[in-house]
Design a protein around this ligand. Structure first.
Ligand SMILES: NC(=O)c1ccc[n+]([C@@H]2O[C@H](COP(=O)([O-])OP(=O)(O)OC[C@H]3O[C@@H](n4cnc5c(N)ncnc54)[C@H](O)[C@@H]3O)[C@@H](O)[C@H]2O)c1
Length: 365
């Protein structure tokens, strides 16, 4: 069997989850890894007993010499665009970690490179493979909610500021609003068919990340992204999106996700509001309830949803591989995630300018 030759770009934390998935696949061979930090790619490949795989500090050199069929881009957010475009231009299919990028212009450049290359680029949102998320989309798709006009989403951790490369503007580019905010946005926007965002009015804060009372002193000194944000987003079709996201706050949760329609409403509660990390919707979901009228009486119907415990990360990587092998479209395409990114970019611009901003996207997307 001819195996698909994979390279990993950026061999830090999440690269391990990609490798764990690839290692379970017989039709895959991980042939190389690159990381800017000398020795890091070698140590990573050795950890997985891949002595034959080549290590690089120069990603372009790896792409030129190894010519992989496909790559996983597992770098911090600020180098997502650069690495994804290098890989597309080298003729590789790309599985790009979330969030797509930091800014919208970089995401548009990725889309352009994708179009020119004819290769698949998919974005790594593993909650899409959660059967409960699929059920939520099924409910919305069934039309039971009627015309959807208002969505509240986000959530937040009471104490959940990560460290590492997540908290520096030069590396992560953006904080909680993209790190976990992109999941909350994807949950609702995917459910309602990814309408185009039109305007964003937002504020972002960093009161906890910079404060050594809440953040280890060394991290507080480096902290240069948001730890809380709130946004009011107008979407095409007269839909309002009310978004809040937190890595840290004096509250258990900023509330459930709600989707209001003219015929019914759907409430998706956080999984563990009592836990310091679990007040968020960042990949977990608690009770789901349909609010509707039955025989003229307001009624609540709990939707029984079990966590089937799928290996969602494996499914995300496998769906990428299947799309390549079976010549299918990208499972989580840029044509959708560009709207997720446009909102994130709008939140950054609006909070910096203190004004509502328009989302400007090319006509011919
Ligand atoms: N899907 C998920 O569940 C999930 C979870 C955690 C992180 N992530 C995402 O994964 C990405 C990486 O997060 P992480 O925790 O692994 O970060 P990390 O800092 O541990 O690893 C990133 C690595 O990329 C390397 N790198 C940066 N630019 C590079 C380049 N041009 N060429 C080669 N290597 C380069 C860095 O040196 C670093 O070792 C982020 O975008 C994050 O949002 C996703």
């Amino acid at each position: 069997m001819k195996k698909l030759r994979i390279a990993i770009i950026g061999t830090g934390g999440i690269a391990h989850a990609h490798m764990n998935a690839y290692k379970q696949m017989e039709d895959i061979e991980v042939v190389a890894g690159s990381d800017l930090i000398p020795g890091k790619a070698r140590a990573f490949l050795d950890e997985f007993d891949l002595k034959e795989a080549k290590d690089y500090t120069d990603t372009q050199k790896m792409l030129d010499e190894i010519k992989p069929d496909a790559v996983s881009v597992c770098t911090y957010n600020s180098t997502h665009a650069e690495c994804a475009i290098q890989a597309l231009e080298a003729g590789c299919h790309v599985l790009l970690e979330k969030p797509m990028t930091v800014h919208l212009d970089e995401a548009l450049k990725i889309m352009e490179a994708e179009k020119v290359s004819g290769k698949i680029l998919t974005i790594g949102f593993q909650p899409r493979y959660d059967s409960r998320m699929k059920k939520i989309k099924e409910i919305v798709d069934s039309g039971v909610l009627g015309k959807i006009y208002y969505i509240q989403t986000g959530g937040g951790r009471r104490r959940g500021i990560p460290g590492g490369t997540f908290i520096e503007k030069d590396l992560a580019g953006v904080g909680a609003l993209a790190d976990i905010g992109c999941y909350a946005l994807d949950m609702v926007l995917n459910a309602i068919g990814y309408p185009k965002p039109l305007t964003v009015s937002a504020s972002a804060y960093d009161y906890f990340g910079k404060n050594p009372k809440y953040t280890p002193e060394e991290d507080a000194k480096r902290f240069s992204v948001d730890d809380f944000s709130a946004a009011f987003v107008r979407l095409e079709g007269g839909i309002t999106l009310d978004f809040r996201m937190s890595w840290a706050m004096h509250m258990d949760t900023t509330g459930a996700t709600i989707i209001l329609g003219t015929d019914a409403g759907l409430k998706i509660e956080p999984a563990n509001p009592e836990s310091l990390w679990g007040g968020a919707w960042d990949g977990s979901c608690g009770n789901v309830t349909l609010f509707h009228d039955q025989f003229g009486t307001p009624t609540c119907t709990p939707i029984p949803l079990d966590d089937k415990g799928e290996d969602r990360f494996y499914l995300k990587v496998r769906s990428f591989v299947d799309a390549i092998l079976e010549n299918k479209p990208a499972p989580i395409p840029t044509s959708q995630i560009i709207y997720n990114q446009a909102i994130i970019d709008g939140i950054i611009r609006s909070s910096e300018s203190g004004k509502e901003v328009a989302v400007e996207l090319p006509e011919n997307m």
